[in-house]
Design a binder for this molecule. Structure first.
Ligand SMILES: C[S@@+](CC[C@H](N)C(=O)[O-])C[C@H]1O[C@@H](n2cnc3c(N)ncnc32)[C@H](O)[C@@H]1O
Length: 350
């Protein structure tokens, strides 16, 4: 009976996750047409995309299977899969299309540093490398519309696999903290954005105290709104490389999709600071894009991504393995694991 239940869960879960992937892939299908409307030319996928589509689908399926295995093994609860309100989701899609149209115009004109008034008031307080329309998105990370669309756009970009990729770090954390629910633990999440990874972290470790940091006050406000059910999360605005915490404060310092957006020297500063904030025996981990040598089949995607999206530090990121940067920062027992286009990398402060 138990085995039957498990098999049913596996099958139903996989159908659900694959249907979700299909749904986001369909939404993505219309985006090149926005490009056509904006520029008069439809952006074609590179030939490698067509040649590797089978492998990509296989990798997405494997990622979903592993995700379900983690749920079954109680690394995180099934609640991580709950969808948002479908009406809210559908109502946002026209805005996603409109933003794709505007981003296509920016891409064509190579405009990556024009902000509108809403963002202007924050520009003085953020570092130079941050003053740009990452991904050519409207207002960079400094507008309400980008905070509203961000998670939806990322899920379309990764065909419904982004959430499962974010969760790649959690099994490492569960092992490190010996299956704990987070009792007595203090976690710091840098660059928490609108709080998508924070939600999964809080569900996996419901008793941990979590501090979420982001440079964007607008993304932080969105995170606060989306995570209001979690009383164990607090929010701090600031730069990951210059934070006001004391040495040895946290049991874990983590981030998701941050490092590829930072210049090399800032990547090293963030790691050095994260290391200092950790207690001895603490855990430092991240999820981010795969890099050169991680997966031969996706080398084309690593080249294509910075051409399609404004990502000025990505080429350098890809060339400099995060595993080596963590070891250089003094972390021991550095491990990593890839899933589709992302990988989790982590180490321990001995
Ligand atoms: C790609 S988003 C990732 C957001 C979130 N972690 C997720 O999983 O969706 C990158 C985030 O990093 C933040 N960010 C970039 N540079 C930062 C820095 N130096 N310090 C703090 N946050 C930063 C941005 O504001 C943005 O919210």
């Amino acid at each position: 009976m138990e085995t039957l239940k498990k098999n049913l869960f596996n099958k139903a879960g996989l159908y659900y996750s694959l249907a979700r992937t299909g749904q986001f892939a369909l939404q993505g299908y219309l985006l090149p047409w926005m490009d056509f409307l904006a520029t008069g030319k439809k952006r074609e996928a590179p030939p490698e995309f067509k040649n590797h589509i089978k492998e990509a689908l296989q990798k997405i399926k494997q990622l979903h299977e592993k995700d379900l295995e983690n749920i079954k093994n109680e690394i995180y609860p099934i609640k991580v899969l709950y969808p948002e309100n479908p009406i809210k989701h559908a109502m946002r899609y026209p805005q996603v299309l409109r933003d794709a149209f505007q981003a296509s115009k920016r891409r064509k004109e190579k405009v990556s540093d024009k902000f509108f008034e809403e963002a202007a008031e924050y520009l003085e307080d953020v570092p130079e490398y941050y003053k740009r329309n990452f991904h050519y998105q409207t207002g960079g990370y400094l507008s309400k519309i980008s905070a509203e669309l961000y998670e939806h756009q990322v899920e379309i970009l990764f065909s419904g696999a982004a959430d499962a990729m974010r969760r790649l770090l959690l099994p490492f954390m569960k092992v490190h903290f010996q299956g704990s629910q987070g009792e007595g633990l203090q976690f710091l999440e840098v660059a928490s954005g609108t709080g998508r990874f924070s939600r999964f972290l809080a569900l996996a470790f419901p008793k941990a105290k979590i501090t979420c940091v982001d440079l964007s006050p607008i993304y932080l406000a969105k995170a606060r709104e989306q995570l209001k059910e979690f009383k164990n999360i607090n929010f701090v605005q600031g730069a990951a490389e210059n934070l006001p915490f004391k040495e040895g404060t946290f049991d874990a310092v983590v981030s998701c999709f941050l490092f590829h957006e930072l210049p090399m020297n800032i990547r090293q500063e963030v790691l050095a600071e994260g290391f200092d904030f950790l207690k001895s025996g603490g855990f430092l981990g991240l999820v981010d894009s795969i890099q050169k040598n991680d997966d031969k089949e996706f080398q084309w995607a690593l080249k294509q991504f910075p051409l399609d999206f404004h990502e000025p530090f990505y080429k350098n990121y890809v060339q400099n393995p995060m595993e080596a940067l963590l070891a250089d920062a003094g972390l021991k027992n550095v491990q990593s694991e890839a899933g589709f286009l992302s990988k989790a990398v982590c180490g321990v402060k001995s």
